[in-house]
Design a protein around this ligand. Structure first.
Ligand code: ATP
Ligand code: MG
Length: 582
């Protein structure tokens, strides 16, 4: 794949001077202790994420600044200042205290993207609770597994979703209280264990003394996306806020005047790290849209709120590409100055599309639930090499290790992506799975489970998840490379590539493809796509088989589930499908 780098190194071309002007120079000067000093900490010692994202702004000129512009799925709107959110979270902290919630208790939310989700999560952090946000599209088994795994004490949900909880209540002996948020005023009679959010909030005080949490106290449990197997409960401590704050400042390049929009749901780590903690610890106004994906709706949100910085995901970008350029031309998107992407490999075609159609290339960055914050990134002031994840963040040491996890490989060599352990937002454990946690570290390195290469200039290139890399005739082929070529074909909207066993060459490559509107599956089209791939790929990396699907199986957070494609192809058990999008 030959894409010319997109030149971004001329500061004069950028509308705003980036926070990070020179990666190398800043890297040399960078100290996590300085970031620590930029945060406030609690009076008398300790660190609490909720204080850093809300209360500290109440002491500054940000007090009455809008923190949240919320738009509901029916078009209703609400705004909240930092001061409003500080008071409301104090109230909710008082509610939880009255219900007997104590430091270390697990408090889960299970609701749509309504403002109360932010109030509840941050209020729970104020009492020292360990928060677990769940995506509202989860079914009963997914909710049961997660609440059961970490013995959640409180669940906060809505009349629409509470029937799911009723189905599983018997299996959750540790669950003492269900708080019902009835934002839309539905007819609802409280049942056993249930209390009303609105009633309790009415009587609660606006004042609350935040629990004196330490930087090492647990703050968040996030279950991973389940792309490769059963989701794991990744535990983060309050110190993670250092990573959220620093990366939101230097990678998302947030400036005080920005209007920022992160499209991820708080049920996934991107939606908390960068839909709550990163922007608000920097005192930034953000937009939250409750509705789901729709090209027209999304462009309308950008236009209406004059969004300047936009953080989204490859699947969404591919869907925008599929919807074509017409919806873009109907909206004024000139407020946008910087766009980023995370969650899956970002095909070079998608980077270039953004540059061509919106006038801004998407800046890819890489991280995981386990890393808590962005680790490898493209920065506004650097040239983008389409298809690359970028360079390690300040204070992060990334490398490529051999199969024994001992030797660091040279530029161009493919191996295991690893990070030097010890960055502040590193996960502290997998809940109830300490052995699995320990197995992820080899010496000083955290092994990410992804394979990648590094080039001479220090840019990292994703190859595939270690489990997804295909061995064909002794050659290792990463699915991302093949998928990226396939989506360059004008008919292809999405592609998922797997290896299937072959007696001669170990594995051959099979591609699953969904088509753009206006294209019909046919044998001729299969031939044409294969021919197209042959021109761009090594002979062994070309798909031997190709099948059309109306859509690819994805997690609810939008990641292609190759393990499911493989299980279905080979007639094997599908494994955990709790995060599968319906
Ligand atoms: P599970 O661990 O349960 O299988 P998951 O790995 O998908 O799920 P997340 O923590 O949400 O759970 O995702 C992190 C993974 O997503 C990374 O390890 C990587 O494989 C992929 N990923 C994220 N961002 C990028 C990116 N910019 N480029 C390539 N891959 C990415
Ligand atoms: Mg993972």
């Amino acid at each position: 794949m030959d894409y010319t780098p997109i030149k971004k190194s001329n500061i004069d071309q950028l509308s705003v001077e980036p926070n990070l002007l020179n990666l190398q120079k800043t890297r040399e000067a960078f100290k996590w202790e300085d970031i620590d000093r930029e945060l406030d900490g609690l009076e008398g010692g300790g660190l609490n994420i909720a204080y850093e994202v809300l209360d500290r702004h109440v002491e500054t000129s940000n007090k009455d600044k809008i923190a949240l512009y919320w738009e509901g799925k029916n078009g209703e709107t609400e705004t909240f200042s930092f001061h409003d959110l500080s008071r409301l979270t104090n109230r909710f902290a008082n509610v939880l205290t009255k219900l007997g919630v104590k430091k270390g208790d697990r408090v889960f939310t299970y609701m749509d993207r309504i403002p109360e989700i932010f109030i509840c999560l941050l209020g729970a952090l104020k009492v020292g609770g360990v928060i677990g946000p769940l995506f509202s599209a989860f079914g009963p088994d997914a909710v049961k597994d997660r609440l059961g795994d970490c013995e959640a004490r409180v669940l906060i949900t809505t009349p629409k979703l509470v029937p799911t909880a009723h189905e599983i209540l018997e299996d959750l002996p540790a669950l003492e209280t269900i708080i019902i948020v009835n934002k839309r005023g539905r007819d609802y009679d409280l049942k056993d264990k249930e209390v009303s959010y609105e009633d309790l909030m009415k009587g609660a005080s606006d004042e609350f003394d935040i629990e004196k949490t330490d930087k090492e106290d647990y703050a968040i449990i996030h279950y991973t996306s389940g792309t490769t197997g059963k989701p794991k409960g990744v535990v983060h401590a309050h110190q993670a806020i250092m990573g959220h704050y620093a990366t939101a400042k230097y990678v998302l390049d947030l400036h005080p005047e920005d209007i920022y929009w992160c499209t991820a749901d708080p049920g996934w780590v991107t939606g908390t790290s960068y839909g709550i903690f990163g922007p608000w610890s920097n005192g930034i106004s953000q937009v939250v849209y409750e509705g789901g994906f729709g090209a027209g709706h999304w462009y309308r949100i950008i236009e209406k709120y004059k969004v300047t910085v936009w953080y989204t995901a490859p699947t969404a970008i591919r869907m925008l590409m599929k919807a074509g350029e017409k919806p873009v031309s109907k909206h004024n998107l000139t407020s946008l100055r910087y766009t980023c992407s995370v969650g899956e490999p970002l095909n070079p075609e998608a980077v270039v599309w953004g540059d061509k159609v919106v006038g801004l290339p998407f800046h890819d960055n890489w991280w995981q639930t386990e890393t808590g914050c962005i680790q490898i990134a493209n920065y506004p002031v650097q040239d983008i090499r389409p298809g690359s994840m970028g360079r390690p963040f300040l204070g992060v040491t990334a490398t490529i290790l051999d199969d024994n996890f001992e030797k660091e490989l040279s530029p161009g060599e493919e191996g295991h992506l690893a990070l030097k352990k010890g960055w502040p937002s590193m996960f502290r454990t997998y809940w109830n799975k300490q052995e699995l946690y320990d197995s992820r570290f080899k010496g000083d390195w955290y092994i990410t489970g992804d394979k990648a290469t590094r080039d001479e200039e220090g840019y990292f290139w994703f190859v595939g998840r270690a489990d997804d890399v295909i061995n064909t005739g002794g050659h290792l082929v990463g699915p991302f490379e093949v998928e990226s070529v396939l989506i360059e074909h004008p008919a292809v909207a999405e592609a998922g590539v797997i290896g299937i066993p072959d007696p001669l060459v170990m594995e051959v490559i099979k591609a699953f493809v969904s088509l753009k509107d206006g294209y019909e599956p046919s044998d001729d089209l299969i031939k044409d796509i294969k021919r197209f791939a042959r021109k761009k790929l090594h002979a062994l990396a070309c798909p031997r088989k190709l099948e059309f699907l109306p859509g690819l199986p994805k997690t609810k957070s939008g990641k292609i589930m190759r393990r499911l494609l493989k299980a279905r192809e080979l007639g094997l058990p599908e494994g955990d499908t709790s995060t599968l999008e319906e």
